[in-house]
Design a protein around this ligand. Structure first.
Ligand code: CUA
Length: 306
């Protein structure tokens, strides 16, 4: 299990380079001979009749097939080898994070303490993490190119990926399997913290919050339950159900919302609550028919959940 993430990217890169070299040589040869023979056997002024037409050359044809076949075999073996190298998951994996794909958002559950987040995925650096993937509806595919390979999220199937992020920072990725109208906007924002910061982040997410005691917040909170928001969105950081829509615990601490396509600002959130279909077509969030006062209260409430 040593340095799998490094191996993963290294192996993929290595394979890519081999393919690139072979493809470039073949392309070069084909282009060269096409140009050279077109020039060498070009039509000349004193050419009076068609040159002699040659049909087959069994020897040449068979040797070309043999060359192509051995190249394909070589690359087949290299690829299988590479796949085995990066598929290093223990028999009975204990995932650190469970990621569930939804149309069209990501749900992450941290198995150690049951913390649940949506769309923003936080990880500690320097630790070999096992991520388990599943889907709630259709097939999605996880891909954060800078930290490793792709992994499909298939309903009813558990897939695993081991990931080790070395450097702190923010890594972007996206869904890479067509999953419906908003597939292109199913962004991943992975935030890698130092182990201490990661623990701090988790603690902050889980600690009971001092709720604002002012009127607008209270009104928003009350609207949130009475407007049936709670039938799709969990609001507690450890509640996985209902996962129809993203868990909104600590919503105010997220930088983006709507699967990381909109900056989490008051203006954007208000526009979304006013008419979800206009902001993100085919979104599953219905128009709640809110008036401006209700929108202001809900926005204030959500932005202060942090
Ligand atoms: Cu989810 Cu494409």
């Amino acid at each position: 299990m040593e340095d799998i993430q490094f191996n993963q990217l290294g192996t993929i890169k290595e394979l890519f380079i081999y393919f690139l070299i072979a493809a470039s040589i073949i392309l070069g040869l084909v282009a060269f001979f096409t140009a050279y023979y077109s020039w060498k056997y070009r039509k000349r002024k004193d050419d009076e009749q068609e040159p002699e037409q040659i049909h087959d050359n069994k020897k040449l044809e068979f040797s070309l097939i043999a060359v192509a076949l051995s190249l394909v075999t070589l690359f087949f073996v290299l690829t299988i080898n590479g796949m085995n190298k990066i598929q290093d998951i223990p028999e009975d994996p204990h995932p650190d994070i469970l990621i569930t794909g939804h149309q069209w958002w990501w749900e992450a559950e941290y198995s150690e303490d049951g913390l649940i987040t949506a769309n923003e995925i936080h990880v500690p650096t320097g630790k070999e993490l096992i991520i388990q993937f599943n889907s709630d509806d259709v097939i999605h595919s996880w891909w954060v190119p800078a930290i490793g390979r792709k992994m499909d999220l298939v309903p009813g199937v558990d897939n695993y990926l081991s990931v080790k992020v070395e450097k702190e920072g923010i890594y972007w990725g996206s869904c890479s399997e067509f999953c419906g109208a908003q597939h292109g906007w199913m962004r991943i924002r992975l935030i890698a913290h130092s182990p201490e910061d990661f623990e701090r982040w988790k603690r902050r997410q889980l600690e009971p919050k001092q709720r604002l005691d002012e009127e607008l917040f209270k009104k928003g909170e009350q609207l949130f339950s009475s407007k049936a928001c709670t039938s799709c969105h969990a609001i507690s950081p450890t509640a996985s159900i209902p996962a129809v829509g993203p868990n909104l615990a600590n919503f105010g601490s997220r930088k983006y919302f709507l699967s990381n396509i909109k900056l989490n600002t008051e203006i954007n959130l208000k526009a979304w609550l006013r008419d979800p279909g206009k902001v993100k077509s085919s979104a599953k969030m219905p128009d709640m028919l809110l008036d401006e006062d209700q929108i202001a209260a809900l926005t204030h409430y959500l932005e202060n959940l942090k």
